[in-house]
Design a binder for this molecule. Sequence first.
Ligand code: GH3
Ligand code: MG
Ligand code: MG
Length: 357
Amino acid sequence: MYPGTMPLGAARVIDPSRPVDDRHGPSAQRRLRHAGALLFGAGALTLCLVTFTPDPDASDHGGLRLAALACSLVAALLVVWRSAPGPVLHAVPPAGALMVSVVMALAEPVGLTPAFFLWPMLVAAYFLPPREVAVDVAIAFAACAVTLALFVEPGLRIATFIGVVAIVGVASAVVVTLRAEVLQLVERLRAQATLDSLTGAANRWEFERRLQEELQRAERTAGNCALLVFDIDHFKRINDSFGHAAGDDALRAIAREARAAKRGTDFFARIGGEEFALILPDTDLDGATVLAEALRAALARAALTHPVTLSVGVTDRATSGVTATALLAGADAALYAAKRQGRDRIARASAARMLAA
Ligand code: GH3
Ligand code: MG
Ligand code: MG
């Protein structure tokens, strides 16, 4: 292995290609379904507890037990209906608000029941986009107002409504704001975790993940995938002669040239100090060699403050093997050969090496 390259890391548990604000993916849908089941399950339990505690006026207990039964059925449905479609799941918070209205109409006296509008609105605020949260909160307020007007004595209506608006409105706004801030933070951390700050290229971690992904795609489509690894020749001399800042400038300039030379579907990464890689989907050894030539020519033409040359190793899936480790080892061996043969050149991996390995 050429100094500077590292073995592939362990399998990736986190998938950074997943959008940070993933509200429609399978995982988000599953969590919303679970939250809905919990919401209605907790509602059923609370109603049961209320009807089994001593109460001087138990006339409403029959209705409340029916409401508990309805809540349990909804909770059970959400548990078993794994393929519940998005619109059904998005209807969970407003349905919860309507259930609180029904219970408010049944409960005698109304007591703390209106405070329970908070539950479905917290679920909405955490899981749904802000605009949908606003609609759900408006539905909850309207349902609350109508129920108060129809079923609650006049003296309590206004004060209860103000209480619901204040508690539910503020809590929902706080959750929406906190969630937006957390998402922003995650977005920033993801960029820091996947990009190299000096060159803006993807880092080694992201490179390994992407290489595995492209190889899986190639496997599915029975296609090819090439890997090009290049290392700057005698880069240490630039640092030693002109200082680290000049070295950093050279790294940035080389990354710029590589980005300009590659195709849109190619993936560029910095995988070591002065070592870079390009993953070339649907490309064979010849295609990778053409890109390597183009990159070397572009670098020769570019007006770099401190001109450099590259040693390049290329391989493809058909030559070195189908795993990321095999492909990287093949490109690495070719790069090492280019260095041994005198630098400033391209070396292609050979299938013989793979057979020997
Ligand atoms: P070779 O042709 O064999 O590749 O020789 P080389 O001098 O390029 O290789 P060597 O591995 O001896 O030195 C690599 C140098 O790259 C040493 C290290 O200081 C420098 N380097 C690695 N990362 C950075 C960086 O981020 N900035 C700067 N300025 N230099 C870096
Ligand atoms: Mg190196
Ligand atoms: Mg070098």
